[in-house]
Design a protein around this ligand. Sequence first.
Ligand code: GLU
Length: 464
Amino acid sequence: MIRTRFAPSPTGFLHIGGVRTALFSWAYARKNQGTFVLRIEDTDLERSTPESVKAILDGMHWVGLDYDEGPFYQTQRFDRYKEVIQQLLASGHAYYCYCSKDELDALRAEQEAKGEKPRYDRRWRPEQGKTLPAPPEGVPPVVRFKTPLTGSVAWDDAVKGRIEFQNEELDDLIIARPDGSPTYNFCVVVDDWDMNITHVIRGDDHVNNTPRQINILQALNAPLPVYGHLPMILNEDGQKMSKRRDAVSVVDYAAKGILPEALLNYLARLGWGHGDDEFFSLEQFVEWFDLKDVSPSASRFNNEKFLWLNAQHIKAADNLRLAQLIAPKLAEAGIDPSSGPCLSDVIALVKERVQDLNALAAECDYFYKTREPAAADVEKHLADDSKARMARFAEQLAALTEWNAEAIHHLFKPFCTAEGIKMGQLGMPLRVLVCGTTQTPSVDAVLALIGKDEVLRRMGQAQA
Ligand code: GLU
């Protein structure tokens, strides 16, 4: 039974790198009929905030990655961590260290002066035949893990291939602070063990933690999960994504009018591929996904491609759903869709023209209110003779007994022939007059949707 997890630290917003990690973890579980667990790693009490927990839960909900178990909170598991720390102390895999901060600082300064890599000298590490100093009075000790002194730790990373660390490179890491609270790497180990995680899929910024975690798991006689470390996502300039420069939070993407399925589709394509397929559904992704096809090197975010994908997903999306999604944006712009044509019909007509939901909302405005045309458009398309011609065309529209795109369309050719003009000389002024822009879908369909009374009102008003 495959069990994967997403284990964010709630110290900020939900980062798109995090969403991609969640996506790959989720997909691997779904693909294998496994279980996907959400765990909130909130042991860093100073940096973790309830707002950030909420941002993670909301973000997961927005992208639609559902979890089968959790959210589990590390802060609710302290008793369990303390129990395992006792177990490691009892089995001799961990020990108390009474070094004060001053002592450690002095040690570090000494090592640096000698040009050595600063590291704990294991003075409190019990060894056969070694006499330890007497524990000082009133100093609360930390607990350190007894890292093997020799040999190496290696694993076959599901993404990056074989990775090996020499144990002598690793410190005797602190697993409990002086106040007894457990440290980060240790909690991850106990959680992955207790939660029976079979595949740890996470960002490659954690590669250096993995040998430490494996050593602790081995000391606990716990089974080792498969590790798969996902490479970073870089921005368009090949730099690490940063909050200052780039849209990195899920909320940023929602605000930019991105559909969650488009974000997931694009994130899936970053560092993973299925032939030349660019546009696909989450179901297809799950069907095709395998960890071994994830690229081991970093990938770059390409905004143009991303927006193209968003446009494809907008085209494919249900119009009623799109109507619900843009309703708040329309309200913000002072538009009440109930005052005009059916919003999902309007969306069906204009959605091919946009790449994001904000543009979609903006594109709907002239169906519900008169848009002020640009002066240049008025000058170009609505000179006096053109205005007079519009009045003649308005009469023909007024005479229509049936109001639909086809009936309106049938007026065009005879009118242009009678006036001795080309279609553009009718269509453009008509657009500017009725819609306030030259950029609209097929004008007969637009007029049909706006409705006869409103079209005639707008045409009359502009002539006055
Ligand atoms: N809490 C870690 C983070 O947010 C992830 C730890 C893990 O996946 O093992 O980066």
